[in-house]
Write a protein that binds this ligand. Sequence first.
Ligand code: URA
Length: 425
Amino acid sequence: MTFSAVDVITAKRDGGRLSDEQIDWVVAAYTRGDVADEQMSSLAMAILLNGMDTPEIARWTQAMIDSGEVLSFGDLGRPLVDKHSTGGVGDKITLPLAPLVAACGAAVPQLSGRGLGHTGGTLDKLEAIPGWRASLSLEEIAAQLASVGAVICATTPTLAPADRKLYALRDVTGTVESIPLIASSIMSKKIAEGTGGLVLDVKTGSGAFMKTLDRARELAATMVGIGSAHGLATTALVTDMSVPLGRAAGNALEVAESVEVLRGGGPADVVELTVALAREMLALAGITGVDPAEVLASGAAYPVWEAMIAAQGGDPSAALPVASHVETVTADRSGTFVPDALAVGVAAWRLGAGRARKEDAVQAGAGVLLLVDPGDEVTAGQPVLELHTDTPDAVAGARAALDGGLRISAEPTPRPRLLLDEVRA
Ligand code: URA
């Protein structure tokens, strides 16, 4: 059936709901190039302003899945389970989590993206490891899932191509922050990936997409609803992103911190979130009788990490790149240290850890290292942060981003609670 793009746009502009046929047509026609970018951006804006109801979101998601292929890894001898985070500052959790869950008996196919803006991308982090390769064929992914149990690699171009095109358009048209569009974008890729279960980490706070807890809960519930409508067992945790996660924000710095966690150490908040997400993943995979906290603390996930990195050409024992220039930031008074996640994320990005445009390169060694945990007491003049970069000219911009973002509170201010809510099917 063929529709007029203008009729579809005006229906949504006027607050109506789109029929299944209209949704199927507009998503397919846009993917083929028969609906122009300006028409799709107008429709995306109408959706952002007027929303979509639950059946519309489910159909939109299905149309995006149908725009490409649905992967199937066959019988791997282990249950498949995956995780997605909506992204945050210092969010390196995928790095310890995938090998941990594999060490506990599941298979984790993490098809990931690169970072844009102040949140880092998982692939950018792993590319700090000498030799590591992000692009794998489907056969290589399946073989690694069977042998190692964990793969973190670039998503394939055949997976939900409608989303790839639409997300790039939303990025430049002010239409990213729509819950129906974010939820269908994330879930179409995860459903097309063929995972058997999915755990979502929906972040809230200054460093997250969703600035308020209510919006994060709504996004979590929308994604869990899409999962249920598509027969994918999905659980969401809503977690804090008002302060950075762990002490490192930046590619090689975050790999080093992840390795500490895999060896049984590392910052308490990174360990807490890794274990909480692992428990949910194992529950969805039907794996009982294994305590991921014990496995992580024992260091037993580390050999899986080594195998996972080596299988993709990386040298897990190679020295990580370090920035050529390091500066220290000191506390301007005494009190409780409360670093703002967004300020730290923007500082790391300006130091060279992130990119402004897709084609930009990132610096492997750049970023921000906290020397003090959020909620700890500091005294005036004490070093609280390190700024790492290969381009010293970038330091002024990073310091400007941190201006006002490194609060030193006169009152005791404990680190905000990490696990704020959970949404189950
Ligand atoms: N991540 C995605 O994959 N899609 C969105 O729309 C937002 C974040």
